[in-house]
Design a protein around this ligand. Structure first.
Ligand code: CAA
Length: 274
């Protein structure tokens, strides 16, 4: 692959968008490679996925403006569909996906982070939907997911003004779950960069998720995602079905038997995904 790095460590996999010279901007090739990489994730062994960008400066600085600059209406729509299809694949990916946002997350960069389940970022991160300043709308889900995440009023303000916001504001409005800084020694020297700490934090969160019963975690993702698109009456039925689906699994039997076993010296075994 030209622009995507993929690494699996135990039950955690990391996708790195690796087009640092263009601040990891998303052209058609990046989107195609990302799509193929997602299809190749081994869902029997991977229990949580991290998406990040190469380098310390930018997560993803948006869709590729050079590529978009000459598109016709029909080509623009097709480019929007290409991005939307991949981002929807991330959103509905069977396992949790964490966006580790290492810097600029603008336009398509903010949008890919919003298609992930959880966002954490470095303290130099900048979020925004600058599209109206370029003469277009957000086109990879931004008009839909930003409103769902931070509310319609705040989303409209950010999108209409094309104002970029820094990490603390993104945290305050609930766009990111956590902001990670560098570690300094007593003399003020950097001993771990914000990006290094971000990846460590994302991996720690992914490992915590990976230790829990995988079928239950997947069903939680499905229940939350599908429930948000339904009425409450429909949503609780979605939950009931996915709750019921966990019973009779080996992991449910083991997890409950372990709790009920009064021998507290016993060490909990890893869940089997069965
Ligand atoms: N597309 C194509 N190339 C991009 C890019 C993008 N979105 N963002 C950055 N680059 C390229 C620059 O052209 C530059 O390339 P060269 O070295 O060949 O000139 C390189 O990355 C470095 O960028 P800058 O020199 O601009 O770096 P900077 O530090 O001065 O500025 C920045 C950083 C503020 C992020 C600035 O690059 C920028 O504003 N980028 C565009 C952000 C943007 O508008 N994103 C939204 C795109 S539209 C979209 O995403 C639509 C959608 O919803 C689908």
């Amino acid at each position: 692959m030209e622009y995507i790095l993929y690494e699996q460590k135990g039950a955690i996999a990391t996708i790195t968008i690796n087009r640092e010279k263009a601040l990891n901007a998303l052209n058609s090739t990046v989107l195609d490679e990302l799509n193929a990489t997602l299809d190749a994730v081994d869902l029997d062994t991977v229990r949580a996925l991290i998406i990040t960008g190469a380098g310390e400066k930018s997560f993803v600085a948006g869709a590729d403006i050079g590529e978009m600059s000459t598109l016709t209406k029909a080509e623009g729509e097709a480019f929007g569909k290409k991005g939307n299809d991949v981002f929807r694949k991330i959103e509905t990916f069977p396992i949790p996906v964490i966006a580790a946002v290492n810097g600029f997350a603008l336009g398509g960069g903010c949008e890919i982070s919003m298609s992930c389940d959880i966002r954490i970022c470095t303290d130099n991160a900048v979020f925004g939907q600058p599209e109206v300043g370029l003469g277009i709308t957000p086109g990879f889900g931004g008009t839909q997911r930003l409103a769902r995440l931070v509310g319609a009023g705040m989303a409209k303000q950010l999108i209409y003004t094309a104002r970029n916001i820094k990490a603390p504001e993104a945290y305050r409005i609930g766009l990111v779950n956590d902001v990670i800084s560098a570690t300094l020694d007593e003399a003020g020297n950097v001993t771990a960069t914000a990006k290094q700490n971000l990846i460590a934090a994302a991996e720690k969160m992914a490992s915590t998720i990976a230790k829990n019963a995988p079928i239950a975690v997947r069903n939680c993702k499905k229940a939350i995602n599908e429930g948000l698109d339904a009425s409450m009456d429909e949503a609780i039925v979605i939950e009931e079905k996915l709750f019921g689906d966990c019973f009779e699994t080996e992991d449910q039997k083991y997890g409950m038997a372990f709790f009920l076993d009064k021998n507290k010296e016993k060490v909990k075994e890893p869940f089997k995904n069965k």
